[in-house]
Design a protein. Sequence first.
Length: 230
Amino acid sequence: MDQLDGAARGGMAVRTIGADHVALREQVLAELRRRIVDGEYGQGERLTETRLADDFGVSRNPVREALRVVEAEGFVQILPRRGAVVATLDELAVRDLFGVRQQLETLAAGLAAERATAKGIATLRQLIDQANEATAAQDFDRVAELNSAFHRAVIEVSGNRWLHSISAAMYHHVHWVFRVGAAQRAPHSSEEHVRLVDAIEAGDAEAASTAARLHVEAAARAALGQRPTA
């Protein structure tokens, strides 16, 4: 024990079982969420602990913990006699998501127009350029990632830490919805992103809020056109 304490005091990193467990749990959670969002595990598909443990090459314990988290986030449902299944994005779920998006993103856009720095604007334009490149390459998994990254970046530019905290979980679902229709939606989304950034760069809060609202409304129409009714 004295040697361990001495090593810690001497600046050596002490590796603990607890720290490894947390890291493994988070890795399993991130990978499970990614596979659902990217459609590798389809809506309505059954996910048993044994199957997921085999897929990820881990024990069932971190899988069980990850399933609890994604259930709370709305990615998975626990059904009688079936267990865990990937949730279905029906019309009600999509309408609820976009209702929240509209409120958060219009507020963020207006604040971003008031607070944006040159560096923030450059980041937004770089994300648009990267998304256009991914669209040209037909890499729609990447397009979906960059779409969510763009909207998170607008919130970063807004400088409102509460918006950042509140929206963190939401953008996993935004990614999920966008990915389904990314091939059709991507070019239109890019044009709308450009209009939004132009308004932010001009410092026009009203125009930025309007651009954000119109963008969310267009995205909602596209998403609802691909969803089953509740």
